[in-house]
Design a protein around this ligand. Sequence first.
Ligand code: URA
Length: 182
Amino acid sequence: MPLTLADVREKLNTWKGIDLTKTSNPVPGEGNPKAEIVFIGEAPGQREDELKRPFVGQAGKLLDELLGTINLKREDVYITNVVKFRPPDNRDPTPEEKAACLPFLQMEIALIKPKVLVPLGRHALTQFFTKMSISDAHGKAHTIAGATIFPIYHPAAALHNPGLRQALFDDFKSLGEFLKKK
Ligand code: URA
């Protein structure tokens, strides 16, 4: 039987590949299995860990608002993270944690086959382009191995640095225009 997103979730629930599995809950991706866009965050925070759902805290609220500006709802897209477990005190995920969780992201992408992948912030961006900085890459489409990658600042960055808020809204506007042409 072919692998499904439910199988990927199931695998994640029993996986013990990194120490974060001892201190936090698995947070699988969620959304439309036929989504044309997949948003990829960094790692779950406290609220995400509690509810076992991605982007349900403050950054998630802003993401919902941004989606609304291009007439999309959460149900239309698929939202996931590079690292599927919460790092303690919301520290940055380590390269080892990112590498260990990458097969889950790869399975999600292979099953959904979206038209566009949207890394949110530098941790997701460097899964595709190891040397690009988010400040150079954001707000425009890039191509790698036939995939279209449209990086955007992480919504949490705009919560900490209000100067980035306008850039985030501008990037979503560009994403909306790009999708219309796709
Ligand atoms: N930040 C992320 O990168 N992912 C979440 O799920 C929530 C906040």
